[in-house]
Design a protein. Structure first.
Length: 491
C-alpha cells in the first residue's frame, strides 16, 4: 500500500453509447443502446438516459427493447471505439510508462512511476488535467479514481461516475470499504457471494471481522487469505504495463439456427478472415487454430489444430478451421460459431505461406470447366448460401440488407454526403445525414442497392483537437500530504 494516492484508474463513461451520441448530434441527450440487434443479441453499453429505464450491459436485447422501446438501437462500430481508445491511451502514456489497459475504455496508471504525482495535491491536479484533456481531444467524458492501490482506485472511479473524480485517501481504506457489499471486492462473484451470505457475511466489514482463518476455512487457503487482505484494505498489486494477449478470437450468434452445412462452412470461413484481420491489426501471428460451435441444445464444442509454426495467412486459418468443422456434427442446428488463434508470436512461419499458396493453386480447376467461375459478390459473407425456396430467398435478402447496412454505421452518398444508417428493411435503407459537431441532420430513404450510396469510415469525433504533445508540463514536487484527502470533484 502506498502512502500517497498515486495510482489512477480511468473509466470512460458509457463508452460505446457516448461515442455514438458524440458522433450523431440527433441522439445527444436521448436513450441509446449499443449491441447485437438480433433476437439473441445482448446489450454492450447503454447510455445513462437508457439506464433510467432499467437497461444495462449484458441484458438480452429483447428485454431492453421492452423496457425502452423508443431508444435508438445501434450495432457497435469498433473501428471508431478503437480509434478513440488509442487517443485516450496516448494521453495516459504521457503520464507514466506504467499504463495497464483493462479494455478499450479502462486503464490503471502509476503516476509515481511517471514522476507526475507524489502526493494528494499533485494527484488531484493530474486527475483534473487528464479529464480536461480527454474531453478536449475526444469530446467524451471519463471518470477518474485515485488511491494508494489498484482496488481502491477502481472503486473510487466507480463512485465518481458519471463524469467525476474521487480520491480515497491512504489510511482510510478500511473505513471506506466497511459498509460495502462483498461483491465490491475483486474475485467475489455471485456464487462466492451466496456462499458468504449463507455464512452470515454480506458486507466487507463482515469479512474483516470474521478473520483470515474463517475465510480460509470457507473458501480455501489462496482465495480466503487474499479476500481477507482486500477486506482490510490491503492490495499490493503493481500496475503492469504489458498485458500480453494470449489469443485472438471472433464469434457470432445467429438470429436463427443454421442447418445448411454449406452456410455453416461459409460462416466459419468468414469468421476466420475476421480473426486474421484482428491478428494482423495487433501485429501478431499464431500457431493454434480453435473452432467453437454452440449447437441448438446449447451444448458447446471446441476443436483445435496446431500448425507447424505461427502464421497470419487467412488461407491457412480458413483451411484449418474448415478441417476442424468436419469433425463436428451440426445436423441439429448451430446457434453460435467462433474462430480463434492461440499460441501468439511476433513472427510468421514462411513455409506456411508457401504451403497455402500451393494448396490454393492446386484447388483451382482448369479454365473452361464448370467449377471455374468468378467468386460471388458477397465475398463469402453472410447470405452467400443459395436459398432453397422463394420465401427463404426473400428472408436471406432482408438479412443481407440488414448486414450490409447495419443500424448506426457510417455511409456516404454522392449527393447528400456523410450520414449514418437509421434502419433498413423491405428493400430500403433510411439514412440521417449529419456529422459530429453539426446540427441534427435530415433523414432520407434509398433502395438498398442505390449505386450512389456506399459504406464509409467513421469520422473523428473532434475536429482540430488541441495539441497535447507537450502535456503534462513539468512541475515542482509538492510537499507530501498537501491537499485535501478524500476529495471529490464534479465539473
Amino acid at each position: 500500500m502506498r502512502a500517497a494516492p498515486t495510482i489512477l484508474h480511468l473509466d470512460m463513461d458509457a463508452f460505446y453509447a457516448s461515442a455514438e451520441q458524440a458522433a450523431k448530434p440527433s441522439l445527444r441527450g436521448k436513450p441509446v443502446v449499443v449491441g447485437g440487434l438480433g433476437p439473441r443479441g445482448v446489450v454492450a453499453t447503454a447510455s445513462y438516459e437508457a439506464r433510467r429505464f432499467g437497461v444495462h450491459s449484458a441484458m438480452p436485447m429483447a428485454q431492453a427493447r421492452r423496457l425502452a422501446p423508443n431508444a435508438a438501437y445501434l450495432v457497435p462500430r469498433f473501428a471508431l471505439y478503437r480509434s478513440v481508445s488509442d487517443q485516450v491511451m496516448e494521453l495516459l502514456g504521457r503520464l507514466s510508462p506504467l499504463v495497464e489497459p483493462l479494455s478499450l475504455d479502462e486503464a490503471f496508471v502509476d503516476l509515481e512511476a511517471g514522476g507526475t504525482a507524489d502526493d494528494t495535491a499533485s494527484a488531484l491536479e493530474i486527475g483534473r488535467e487528464l479529464r480536461e484533456a480527454i474531453e478536449a481531444v475526444t469530446g467524451l467524458s471519463g471518470s477518474v479514481g485515485l488511491a494508494g492501490s489498484k482496488m481502491l482506485a477502481k472503486i473510487a472511479s466507480e463512485e465518481a461516475k458519471p463524469d467525476g473524480m474521487r480520491l480515497i485517501a491512504p489510511g482510510t481504506e478500511r473505513e471506506h470499504l466497511a459498509p460495502m457489499p462483498v461483491r465490491t471486492l475483486p474475485g467475489v462473484g455471485p456464487a462466492t457471494a451466496d456462499h458468504l451470505r449463507r455464512a452470515g457475511m454480506t458486507t466487507v466489514d463482515d469479512l474483516a471481522e470474521a478473520g483470515e482463518a474463517e475465510l480460509v476455512r470457507l473458501l480455501g487457503k489462496a482465495h480466503g487469505a487474499s479476500l481477507h487482505r482486500m477486506a482490510i484494505g490491503l492490495d499490493d498489486r503493481p500496475v503492469v504495463a504489458e498485458r500480453d494477449a494470449k489469443s485472438v478470437s471472433v464469434e457470432d450468434t445467429f438470429d436463427m439456427d443454421l442447418h445448411d452445412r454449406v452456410r455453416v462452412r461459409t460462416e466459419v470461413e468468414r469468421l476466420a478472415d475476421r480473426c486474421v484481420q484482428r491478428l494482423r491489426g495487433a501485429g501478431r501471428s499464431g500457431r493454434t487454430v480453435v473452432l467453437k460451435v454452440r449447437r441448438y441444445d446449447f451444448s458447446t464444442l471446441t476443436r483445435s489444430e496446431t500448425l507447424r509454426g505461427p502464421t497470419d495467412d487467412p488461407a491457412v486459418v480458413r483451411e484449418a478451421a474448415a478441417r476442424l468443422l468436419e469433425s463436428v456434427d451440426t445436423t441439429g442446428g448451430v446457434r453460435l460459431l467462433g474462430v480463434g488463434v492461440t499460441g501468439l508470436a511476433d513472427f510468421t512461419q514462411e513455409d506456411l505461406f508457401a504451403q497455402a499458396a500451393g494448396e490454393r493453386a492446386a484447388a483451382v480447376p482448369p479454365e473452361g470447366t464448370a467449377e471455374a467461375r468468378p467468386q460471388d459478390d458477397t465475398g463469402g459473407h453472410e447470405g452467400a448460401a443459395e436459398p432453397e425456396a422463394g420465401q427463404q430467398g426473400q428472408d436471406n435478402a432482408e438479412q443481407l440488407a440488414a448486414r450490409r447496412w447495419p443500424a448506426g454505421h457510417d455511409v456516404c452518398h454522392e449527393v447528400h454526403g456523410h450520414g449514418w444508417v437509421q434502419g433498413s428493411g423491405v428493400g430500403r435503407v433510411t439514412v440521417r445525414f449529419e456529422v459530429p459537431g453539426s446540427p441534427p441532420g435530415r433523414v432520407r430513404t434509398f433502395r438498398v442497392d442505390d449505386p450512389e450510396l456506399r459504406a464509409a469510415e467513421p469520422l473523428p469525433l473532434v475536429r482540430d483537437a488541441p495539441d497535447y504533445s507537450s502535456w503534462p508540463a513539468s512541475r515542482p514536487k509538492s510537499r507530501s500530504g498537501a491537499g485535501s484527502p478524500g476529495a471529490a470533484s464534479r465539473p
